[in-house]
Design a protein around this ligand. Structure first.
Ligand code: CA2
Length: 143
């Protein structure tokens, strides 16, 4: 059976659509999930969000064991988490990092990034469309 594509979202992404639409857009995370499931055209998607660093690390490990690919928006843990970096370094599946905004063009504390060095590819600054480009790539890479 084909393994699912994991789409994991980190802290505060549950607040999407409620504030800062000029940075993060107007779609909620549920909107993004629903439209990704449509784009996936039957391919199984495991879509989750957590505010906990430990959960995110545990889910990355699960994605490596049980998933075909991982799409990850680690939110602010992108800029702080060596634990997440280490979990990603243990992944042999494709890992596509996604950000709605472009952290490299924002505050200097967002220029530190523990995910990019352990990711296969990064898509940033394209809003919710970035998740769709990532999914398209993940499907092609695991067909
Ligand atoms: O641009 C992205 O996707 C980010 O991963 C979003 C994170 C931010 O810490 C990263 O630097 C870049 C923030 C998550 C969303 O936070 C919100 C806070 C208030 C209202 C809506 C969203």
């Amino acid at each position: 059976m084909t393994k699912p594509i994991y789409v994991l979202n980190g802290p505060n992404l549950n607040l999407l659509g409620s504030r800062e639409p000029e940075i993060y857009g107007t779609q909620t995370l549920d909107d993004i999930r629903d439209s990704l499931i449509e784009t996936a055209d039957g391919r199984a998607i495991e879509f989750r969000q957590t505010n906990s660093e430990g959960d995110l690390v545990t889910w990355v490990q699960e994605a490596q064991r049980e998933g075909a690919a991982l799409i990850l928006n680690a939110g602010a843990y992108t800029h702080t988490s060596v634990a997440l970096h280490d979990a990603l370094r243990a992944c042999t599946i494709p890992v596509i990092e996604v950000h709605l905004s472009n952290p490299a063009a924002r505050e200097s504390f967002r220029h530190i990034n523990y995910v990019t060095p352990a990711a296969t590819a990064t898509i940033a600054g394209l809003g919710a469309r970035g998740y769709h480009f990532a999914l398209e790539a993940a499907i092609k890479m695991t067909a």
